[in-house]
Write a protein that binds this ligand. Structure first.
Ligand SMILES: [Zn+2]
Length: 588
């Protein structure tokens, strides 16, 4: 398995990593705070309890099967178990397995650094054949070189070939007493029952949001990073129960923050979420039947990085919140109860009827499905909003709608529209969200406009748009910040990973692309080269724009006249007509 990821695991217990503000080599948080014993393994109490009992009574299984979604800590747990089995204690006096591996003895350290001869890790995703397994089967017969137990950790075990499973089975039926197997899988249903029945199975759970938030808070404090509670909540929600994803997002947020306190808004922007205040503006425009205002609002949100699908989801969430306000005026959720926006929302709710809100909900839900499946999500979003505003109280004239339609057709086309249609089959990917926020979408046929096909992935931006449309916010953040694109062509993507890229990024990306496009994708890593990341390019553009403005004689004159003055923000006079979305902060 990877060599780099464990090199610097210290002898500390639990999460006692010291803050290292100016470490020579940047260490991602997920690596720095990887738990080294069971006390640091958050959110998996049932597993820890069962293992404790097994160790205490000396009834340790021959084979463990760790299952759970990616990022919940299967590999980490496997390594902790390997340490627990082989720890000899700081003085070398520990005579048997211990539930509290010391972390400082030679076996503990060697396992953490993936260099213990008796603890072998194998990724079944890349080594699926019988020959790979035969190697293990041969080795099993010999006693361990120095450890108490020979431990074989096989990740993504469901990927093994049938032949390989059969080979393994014989060993599992009569394992020598000095051998332990630890299997990990994301797809337990693909593991043969014959293998499963010979393992002690542990289901690693997604981490509950409250637990994850508390964990993030602990780490932020250790890192001396000021970050708002609601910013952490947003990160925890986007991570969907994965500690690794949560820490990786926290890493990004810290990098974006550039030493400033991190507010919810900057995390929202990073995740492609819309500002809730502006969602309220949009909703008000829609309910008032002001189509043009609504479309301008949408364009503004989109220009600030909000994703059309997310806008629809936020509008749905707001509708739900407003409806709840009607029946229970003290309801909280979308807005903090004491904020000015909460008061505005309460006023808005008072002016709307429950039937109107219900109708809005239904129209938005329909629109959400259309946006999700459209090859041009922004256009689909506009259409949905037009329909909604048209259905609202103020009856807009046919002429108004026609004008809006005409203005849409003259607007610059989105990248997706400018691309040739892909040869791949239309996508039918339905995905239910686990966080309970968005409505669960059932499998359905894709409404296809004429000439539409599946997503064309010509640029990295297209891949980002697809990730957002599929609700993969974490992947979106990595694509924008950690990917230096070398090549992108159908079925193949090569990139140089940035310093904060999670080790599984290429693998995750290949998997997702295959799920989304129905085609096989080879995603490979380059050591050097590659384009600037999307985030870098965006930043460079803003800097260049600022420099252009600073070079203006008028601006120079003003700056000369007022010593100490600086240009904080560049605002376009006609921000909403700007085609590149780089419209500055026209609100405020
Ligand atoms: Zn030890």
């Amino acid at each position: 398995m990877d060599q780099d990821e464990t090199l610097d695991e210290g002898p500390s217990l639990g999460l006692e990593a010291p803050p290292q503000k100016s470490a020579e080599q940047y260490r991602v948080l997920a690596r720095k705070y990887r738990p080294s014993d069971f006390t640091g393994l958050i959110g998996q109490e049932p597993l820890v309890r069962t293992l404790k009992n097994a160790f205490a009574t000396g009834r340790i299984a021959h084979a463990f099967m760790l299952t759970g979604v990616r990022g919940v800590g299967k590999t980490t747990t496997a390594r902790i178990v390997a340490r627990a089995l082989n720890c000899v204690g700081p003085g070398g006096t520990q005579t048997g397995p211990t539930i509290q591996p010391c972390g400082v003895c030679e076996p503990c350290r060697a396992i953490a650094e993936s260099r213990h001869v008796d603890v072998q890790e194998m990724d079944a995703a890349s080594r699926t054949g019988i020959d790979d397994i035969r190697e293990i089967i041969e080795g099993v017969r010999y006693a361990p070189a120095s450890a108490r137990y020979k431990v074989y950790i096989i990740d993504e075990v469901h990927m093994l070939s049938k032949q390989a499973f059969n080979g393994l089975l014989k060993t599992l039926e009569e394992p020598p007493p000095h051998v332990k197997f630890i299997f990990a899988t994301t797809e337990i249903r693909k593991v043969p029952v014959t293998v499963l029945s010979r393992c002690q199975r542990f289901d690693l759970r997604r981490i509950e949001p409250e637990v994850l938030i508390a964990h993030l808070r602990t780490i932020a404090d250790k890192e001396q990073v000021p970050i708002a509670d609601d910013a952490l909540a947003l990160i925890a929600r986007a991570a969907e129960g994965s500690v690794r994803d949560a820490l990786s997002l926290l890493d990004q947020a810290i990098a974006h923050g550039e030493g400033q306190p991190i507010a919810a808004q900057s995390v929202r922007t990073m995740l492609g979420l819309a500002d809730h205040g502006r969602i309220l503006d949009l909703f008000e425009a829609l309910m008032g039947g002001h189509i043009e205002t609504a479309l301008r609002e949408l364009e503004g949100l989109h220009g600030h990085g909000a994703d059309p699908l997310q806008v629809m989801q936020d509008l749905l969430e707001l509708t739900h919140f407003l409806t709840r306000l009607k029946v229970a005026p003290a309801a909280e959720g979308f807005f903090d109860g004491s904020s000015g926006e909460a008061r505005r929302a309460a006023q808005l709710a008072a002016g709307l009827t429950v039937p109107a809100l219900t109708r809005t909900w239904q129209l938005l839900l329909k629109g959400l499905l259309e946006v999700r499946d459209a090859s041009r999500p922004l256009a689909a979003c506009e259409m949905a909003l037009i329909r909604l505003a048209y259905a609202a109280d103020l009856p807009p004239t046919d002429r108004l709608v026609r004008e809006v339609m005409e203005s849409m057709s003259t607007r610059p086309a989105t990248p997706a529209a400018a691309m040739p249609a892909a040869p791949s089959a239309p996508l039918v990917t339905a995905r239910s969200r686990s966080d309970g926020r968005a409505p669960v979408l059932a499998q359905q046929t894709v409404p296809q406009a004429q000439g539409d096909a599946g997503p064309s992935l010509c640029t990295l931006e297209d891949v980002v748009a697809l990730a957002m449309a599929k609700g993969a916010a974490v992947l979106k953040v990595h694509l924008e910040n950690d990917v230096h694109l070398v090549t992108l062509e159908p079925g193949r993507l090569e990139f140089r990973p940035g310093p904060r890229a999670p080790r599984t990024l290429a693998q995750d990306l290949a998997q997702k692309l295959r799920d989304w496009t129905g085609q096989r994708w080879v995603v490979s890593l380059a050591r050097e080269g590659g384009a600037p990341s999307i985030a870098e390019a965006r930043k460079a553009k803003i800097t260049a724009r600022l420099e252009r403005v600073l070079a203006e004689p008028m601006v120079r004159a003003v700056l000369d006249r007022f010593p100490g003055a600086e240009v904080i923000r560049v605002i376009d006079k006609e921000p909403l007509l700007a085609a590149d979305g780089e419209t500055g902060e026209e609100d405020e």
